[in-house]
Design a binder for this molecule. Structure first.
Ligand code: SAM
Ligand code: DTB
Ligand code: SF4
Length: 315
């Protein structure tokens, strides 16, 4: 078994990212097989429970009130709307339901409502995940008590590039919430976005941050930027797809026991590119036609892709 390390240096990560492609993928797949069944992929379905009007200024996001996008702002969904969406996702084969809100942080007045959502989705026999922005320690404890399995909170990019993308919060704010979530005993889902105009050194630095956290996030979403018209990052130079695959492979090598999620951006990827991502060690995806506010591949297409690749969805 490979060691679980928390002492990666920038040079080591850069050296990984720069290895000959075949060596890097071979090593990632070798390590993948020590920890996981290579032909099984976990599938989660997302739902935006509160859309748009967010006070944060994240340069990639359709939901920021700072940018002029086409998005309609919506109220917090009712419990029965969420439960119906979760049921539909479960019936289509998703085993985890991830609920996202366009908040800087949740208001205490909404908290009982949020707790009820967690309880009711759990009662359907699904795993639950939420992403609600920054939390205080007692809010993390309340979510744990309600039965929340995962909390998603991304570092998104390197500490060095962060200020180019978001100015309304700091990297340390993100790290603080991650520690409250971990300390409350909730599993951590934490990753980033590639293709935001960052350098290879930034990708190395993001991976170093993730792997050197006190515990590796149980789930590591690697998103490819979905370019949304009206956001500051619309029109940024696209990333070389092979560099996306390299980053997945390095994440697999550095966090060998974590679920690495091939996240946003799949509608811009060929089936063959996605197959390379699975070979590089990605073993979870978002499943269903919608991410939060943007499109995801059709469920039928994903089922056909899994069948072509001999992949089973994990139940
Ligand atoms: N407001 C909360 C927060 O930021 O933590 C939760 C929702 S936010 C939409 C969740 C994550 O979605 C972000 O951290 C970011 O990684 C990802 N995301 C948002 N817009 C994206 C885009 N256009 N392309 C790729 N990933 C995106
Ligand atoms: C994550 O890393 N990616 C998901 C989930 N965590 C919440 C969100 C992707 C959002 C893509 C853009 C949108 O649909 O608004
Ligand atoms: Fe708000 Fe989250 Fe979008 Fe940032 S990523 S603008 S915090 S919804």
């Amino acid at each position: 078994m490979t060691d679980i390390r928390h002492d990666w240096t920038r040079e080591e990560v850069l050296a990984l990212l720069e290895r000959p492609f075949n060596d890097l993928l071979f090593e990632a797949q070798r390590i993948h097989r020590q920890h996981f069944d290579p032909n099984r992929v976990q599938v989660s379905t997302l739902l935006s429970i509160k859309t748009g009007g967010c006070p944060e200024d994240c340069g990639y996001c359709s939901q920021s009130a700072h940018h002029r996008t086409d998005l309609e702002r919506e109220r917090l969904l009712e419990i029965d709307e969420v439960v119906r969406a979760a049921q539909a996702a479960r019936d289509k084969g998703a085993s985890r339901f991830c609920m996202g809100a366009a908040w800087r942080s949740p208001h205490d007045r909404d908290f009982e409502h949020i707790e009820t959502m967690v309880r009711e989705v759990k009662a359907l026999g699904m795993e639950t995940c939420m992403t609600l922005g920054m939390l205080r320690p007692e809010q993390a404890h309340r979510l744990k008590a309600a039965g929340l399995d995962y909390y998603n909170h991304n570092l998104d990019t390197s500490p060095e590039y962060y200020g180019e993308v978001v100015t309304t919060r700091t990297y340390q704010d993100r790290l603080d919430t991650l520690s409250y979530v971990r300390d409350a005993g909730i599993k951590v889902c934490c990753g980033g976005i590639l293709g935001m105009g960052e350098s290879e050194a930034d990708r190395a630095s993001l991976l170093q941050q993730l792997a050197n956290l006190p515990a590796h996030p149980e789930s590591v979403p690697i998103n490819l930027l979905v370019q949304v018209e009206g956001t500051p990052l619309h029109g940024v130079e696209p990333l070389d797809p092979l560099d996306f695959v390299r980053t997945i492979a390095a994440a697999r090598i550095m966090m060998p026991a974590s679920w690495v999620r091939l996240s946003a951006g799949r509608t811009d990827m060929s089936d063959e590119l996605q197959a390379l991502c699975f070979l590089a060690g990605a073993n979870s995806i978002f499943y269903g036609e919608r991410l939060l506010t943007t499109d995801n591949p059709d469920a039928d297409h994903d089922r056909a892709l899994f069948a072509r690749l001999g992949i089973d969805a994990l139940q």
